[in-house]
Design a protein around this ligand. Sequence first.
Ligand SMILES: Cc1cc2nc3c(=O)[nH]c(=O)nc-3n(C[C@H](O)[C@H](O)[C@H](O)COP(=O)(O)OP(=O)(O)OC[C@H]3O[C@@H](n4cnc5c(N)ncnc54)[C@H](O)[C@@H]3O)c2cc1C
Length: 301
Amino acid sequence: MAGIYIYSDKKDLAAELAGFAKGTGKEAIVLTFDEKAAEELKDIGASKVYVLKGDSPLAENYGKAIADLLVKEGAEMFIAGATVRGRDLAARVAGYLDCAMVSDVSALNYIGGKLLTERMMYGGAVVQSEVLEGLCVVTVSAGKFEAVSGSAEIEEISIPADNRVSLIETAPIVKQGADLQTAEKVVCVGMAMDKEGDLQMARDLAEAIGAEIGCTRGIAEERHWLPVESYIGISGAIIKPKLYISMGVSGQIQHVFGIRDSQTIVAIDTNEKAPIFKAADYGVVGDMYEVVPLLIKELAK
Ligand SMILES: Cc1cc2nc3c(=O)[nH]c(=O)nc-3n(C[C@H](O)[C@H](O)[C@H](O)COP(=O)(O)OP(=O)(O)OC[C@H]3O[C@@H](n4cnc5c(N)ncnc54)[C@H](O)[C@@H]3O)c2cc1C
C-alpha cells in the first residue's frame, strides 16, 4: 500500500506520527512487532496496523525485512519515532534502502510532491532545510504533531529476521527525577543558586503551583544537586509544559533548545541582558532570592 509507514515503540508518539500522515492526506500504515501493541495502535487514526512476525524478539533484526516490505508496498516514507529503538531501526532501514534519511526533524511538509524537512543544528542556532525525493526515512521526537484518532484493521505479516543481534541481558534504568516531559509546570533551577539547601526555595515555589523541578546541566552534572534526568536542554530533557519558570538561568541556546515549546516562559534573572529574556514571555529582572519568596507569598494568598 503506498503511503507513510510508521514505527514507534511509544504509542503516543506513533499517534502523533499518524496525525502527521493523516494531515498529508496519505495512507498511514503503522508497523509493530507485538499483537498487544497492535490492539492499542489500532485506534490512532492509521489506515492499517501491520503486526510483523518473525523469529527474533528484537526490532533491530528486521531492518532488511522492513526495507524490503517498504519497497514491495511502494511506500513513500518510513517515519520512526526518535526513541532509542526507533532511531536504530530507522538507520538500518535507510541503510538497506540506500535512501535519504534525516534524523530528529523539527518540521515536515509535502510541497509539490516533495518532502521538505527541517532540523535544528548547532544546538538550535541554525535550522537546516532539506528536500527529500523518493522513498526516504525520517525520525521525529514527541511533540511535533497532533495525535488523531480513528480505527484501523490489524493484519499479521510474516517477515524474516536477521539474527545477527542477540539480547544478552536487560536491566531497568532506575529513574530518580520527575518525568519532566509530561509535566504541565516546571520550575527550573540555574547555576545562580548559591547552595544546595536553597533548592528548598525552588521546591516551595514548585509546590505552590503544582510544578516539577528541573535544572540546567551544571546543577545536575557538575554539582550533582539534582538527578541527571532533571536537566533540561539539548543534551537533557526536551519539555513542553504549559508553564516554565526559571530561577537564575542565563538561557544559553543548549538550554533554550529544551524549553522553547513551553507555552509560557517566565524568567527571573538579575542580568537584564541575559538571553533567557529573549525566549521568555514574562521576565523579572531581579534577585531570585528576593523575587521567589515574594512570589510564594503572593501565591499563598
Ligand atoms: C555541547 C553542550 C551541550 C550542552 N547541553 C546543555 C543542556 O542540555 N542543558 C543545559 O542546561 N545546558 C547545557 N549546556 C551548558 C550551557 O551551554 C550553559 O552553560 C548552561 O545552560 C548554563 O547554565 P545556567 O544558565 O544555569 O548558568 P549560567 O549561564 O551561569 O547563568 C546563571 C544566570 O543566573 C543569573 N543570576 C546570578 N545570580 C542571580 C540571582 N541571585 N538571581 C537571579 N539570577 C541570578 C546570572 O545573571 C546568569 O544569567 C551544554 C553545553 C555544551 C557545550
